[in-house]
Design a protein. Structure first.
Length: 160
């Protein structure tokens, strides 16, 4: 498959209601899953929750039930209102465009749709990740220069 066909397929999937698709033509196999925004019932960061445990979760699992000790009182009252920006791919997460530059976003920033929030490196390609939601950044769940899995929560935003 040439690059133009792959790009048009990506655009078609993005514009449609298709959640995921797997195509195999000869030796070429393509698997795509459409990103969706998920309103979390419970979400917080647990430092003991490793990427191995994360990858063992099924890909259909989108809401995580972390212990309440990771929420302060205000977060307990408002945790149903938080939205999550998740990783669209497997790769290495970077908060900065270059090691000696400022991070794209920091806690407390007001994020708008289209704001670049991070970069994920996959196979020597640096992919800009932009926010698809508006809100105030309240938590960064991933350390700079650390590996991330597909659909792993990266940021928590308060849409209010």
């Amino acid at each position: 498959m040439d690059l133009k066909k792959i790009k048009s397929l990506i655009q078609f999937i993005s514009d449609s209601n298709i959640d995921e698709i797997r195509i195999k033509i000869g030796n070429t196999e393509i698997y795509m899953k459409n990103r969706t925004l998920i309103k979390n019932e419970k979400c917080s960061w647990n430092p003991d929750f490793s990427t191995t445990k994360m990858s063992s979760l099924s890909s259909s699992s989108t809401s995580f039930d972390f212990p309440d000790r990771f929420y302060n009182k205000t977060e307990k009252e408002n945790k149903n209102q938080y939205l999550t920006i998740t990783s669209p791919m497997i790769g290495t997460f970077y908060r900065r465009p270059h090691p000696d530059q400022k991070p794209f976003v920091k806690i407390g920033d007001q994020i708008k749709i289209g704001t670049k929030v991070c970069v994920i490196e996959a196979m020597k390609l640096f992919n800009d990740i932009e926010s698809e939601i508006n809100g105030k950044l309240i938590k960064i769940l991933v350390e700079d220069s650390s590996p991330v899995d597909y659909d792993q929560p990266l940021f928590i935003l308060d849409p209010n």
